[in-house]
Design a protein. Sequence first.
Length: 205
Amino acid sequence: METLVVVGLGNPGPDYAGTRHNIGFAVAHLLADRLKARPYETTRTYASWSARIEAHESKSLVLLTPLTFMNASGEALAEYRERHGLTAAQVLVVVDDIYLPLGQIRLRARGGDGGHNGLTSVEESLGSMDYARLRVGVGEVEAGRELVDHVLSGFAPKEKAALEGALAQAGDATLLWAREGIVAAMNRFNARPRTERENAPDGER
């Protein structure tokens, strides 16, 4: 049976729960609830859940959240790979993106880290940029505000509807990736007009 791995990036612990940087965790947890995934494995570097992909008896899905901090997310993948084997083609990484408006998502089949330390760590662990990634918009940093303060902040009440919509879309996009592949998911969920900033290559954003 083929196993696909969805890695939701974030920081562990209650101090970071619900922050913009932890939107990858939120997508993984949403999918675990939606799929009624069973607890699979918890190690020193990750917690994971497993579910069968509907209509695909030959595929299973592992939802993995690193228990390392964001900058060391690749350690979780390294330990998973040591235990179970793993190739870049099996992986979809879900990550926050400050260059996408809140409520918008963007899929990529491969690419650079775009300055995101979590993706940098994942790339180093896999030794490849050829893994799929799902970027979930958390909104740009306001003028005069530090980046770290923005990504480690929670969402305002007025952002709730956009956040819930983005999480639902990200869940749908992840399942389509698992069932039909990254091209099908990109064709469906990347259809919105792109801004000039979004048109920049991943490594330049």
